[in-house]
Ligand binder design. Structure first.
Ligand code: ZN
Length: 182
C-alpha cells in the first residue's frame, strides 16, 4: 500500500522534532483559555481559534476537531506550514520566538515580528499548495492570505493589503519560475 503523503510527512516531522505530538485543542484547558482570550482582545474577530486554527505551542501541534476529517492533501499542506513554525522554534527557542511573535511593534495592530514569522510559514503554504493542487490553487489562496494578515484573525498583524498582495505575487512568480526550470 502506498503511504499517504501526510503520513509520510508526519513521520519525518516526528524524527526531526523529538517530542512532537498532535493534540486536539478542545481537550486542553490552556488552549480553550487562549481561545477565549483571543476572542476578547480581537473584539470577537478571532472566534475560531479552537474550532478552525492550527497552532504550534512548545513543540506540540494543536489541532481543531476537524483534523480527523481532512483529506490527505489538505493535511499535508497544513503540516508543511506548521513544520516551518517548528523549525523557527528550533532556530530561536521558545522565549525568543514568543517575544518576536508578540512584541515588535505592537501585539495588536502592527505586529511586524508575527507578520515575518507567519509570512515564512505562508510561503510554504503557497509552495505546498502549488505542489499538490497546482499553480491555480496556489494563486487562489492569495486573497485569503491577504485577509489573514490584514484582519483580526492574527490581530491585524500587518494591515497593508497591497504589501501582502505583493509578497504573495512575488512568491507565486518564484514558484512558477522554479517549476519551469525543471
Ligand atoms: Zn502559522
Amino acid at each position: 500500500m502506498i503511504m499517504e503523503r501526510s503520513t509520510a510527512l508526519l513521520e519525518s516531522m516526528t524524527l526531526e522534532f523529538p517530542g512532537f505530538a498532535i493534540r486536539k485543542k478542545g481537550t486542553s484547558r490552556l488552549q480553550r483559555l487562549l481561545g477565549g482570550l483571543l476572542r476578547v482582545v480581537t473584539f470577537g474577530q478571532q472566534r475560531t481559534y479552537v474550532t478552525q486554527y492550527y497552532t504550534v505551542l512548545f513543540g506540540v501541534l494543536w489541532v481543531p476537531e476537524s483534523w480527523d476529517l481532512l483529506p490527505d492533501k489538505a493535511r499535508y499542506v497544513l503540516l508543511r506550514h506548521e513544520r516551518v513554525h517548528l523549525r523557527q522554534r528550533k532556530r530561536l527557542g521558545d522565549l525568543l520566538l514568543a517575544l518576536v511573535y508578540l512584541v515588535p511593534i505592537f501585539p495588536l495592530g502592527l505586529a511586524w515580528g508575527r507578520a515575518r514569522i507567519e509570512w515564512e510559514a505562508y510561503r510554504e503554504t503557497l509552495r505546498a499548495t502549488a505542489e499538490v493542487y497546482g499553480m491555480d490553487a496556489a494563486r487562489g489562496l492569495g486573497p485569503e492570505i491577504v485577509r489573514r494578515f490584514v484582519g483580526g484573525d492574527y490581530g491585524w498583524m500587518w494591515p497593508f493589503p497591497k504589501t501582502v498582495a505583493r509578497w504573495v505575487e512575488e512568491e507565486l512568480e518564484r514558484i512558477q519560475g522554479s517549476e519551469t526550470e525543471v
